[in-house]
Write a new protein. Structure first.
Length: 250
């Protein structure tokens, strides 16, 4: 762990050094220095708007991600269990899955207006398909011996799904949840750029319109840091579930 932290610190230091050299080489109006961005970030934090934007973005993300993860896991369990039904649904999913969530923005704004719902809807679309496909694949790979054990104990279908199939499938499902974290966070920011009047994506557009590249870069760094924290939070949650179910950690 110590080596990993040390190497990470060196990597960040090198990035900051290259960033500072680029700012010195070019006009600092175009490429603000790390210190300029730090000062601007502190101003945004002290004045309050940054905290508000962070809170708004996180609330939207949590609602959209949680709803999509729940729907994706439940749907994936059912379609993975009833493979015949999945054969009808799979072509539809494969047609819709490659479509960027941003492509739906005009319809989403027309249907729901401007505000929180369009951003939440975009996150939902971005997260749902990776979780659904990971869950369906995981259920299909459940060891047959586990299902025989469920039969021996006369488990109902619901008990088999929740007590046998879901714990056995969770390591692969968690991979889909991890992929969806990054995808959902990226599309949250993109959604806030076109369909919101608050949030970190809106802050980026507002900074660009006001010709404040230091604010813009500060918002970008905050987005990256929050993405890392969200990924870490999911990691911690997964470990707790692994402990509870006694499954092997990745």
């Amino acid at each position: 762990m110590g080596t990993k932290v040390w190497k990470g610190a060196v990597g960040i230091a090198l990035l900051l050094a290259m960033w500072h050299l680029a700012a010195v080489r070019y006009d600092s109006v175009l490429v603000p220095t790390p210190m300029q961005v730090l000062r601007s970030g502190w101003e945004l934090l002290a004045d309050g708007p940054l905290v508000t934007h962070i809170g708004t973005s996180l609330a939207r993300f949590v609602v959209g991600y949680a709803a999509a993860a729940l729907c994706g896991i439940v749907s994936g369990l059912l379609f993975g269990w009833f493979a015949g039904a999945w054969r009808f649904v799979d072509p539809v999913v494969q047609i819709l899955r490659p479509v960027s969530p941003i492509a739906w923005t005009p319809f989403i704004v027309l249907w729901f207006g401007i505000g929180d719902i369009p951003a939440v809807a975009i996150i939902f679309i971005a997260v749902f398909f990776p979780v659904l496909l990971a869950t369906v694949a995981a259920v299909g790979r459940t060891e047959k011996i586990y299902l025989r054990v469920a039969q021996n104990f006369a488990f109902s279908r619901f008990q088999t799904l929740t007590k046998i199939v879901l714990p056995a499938s969770f390591p692969q499902i968690s991979t889909g949840l991890h992929q969806a974290i990054g995808t959902g966070w990226v599309f949250l920011v993109a959604g806030e750029m076109v369909g919101a009047q608050s949030g970190l994506g809106f802050l980026i557009i507002d900074s660009r319109n006001n010709l404040q590249p230091d604010w813009l870069l500060a918002a970008i760094l905050v987005i990256g840091a929050l993405g890392l924290l969200l990924d870490t939070a999911v990691n911690v949650g997964e470990k707790q579930i692994y402990k509870k179910w006694g499954t092997t950690t990745r």
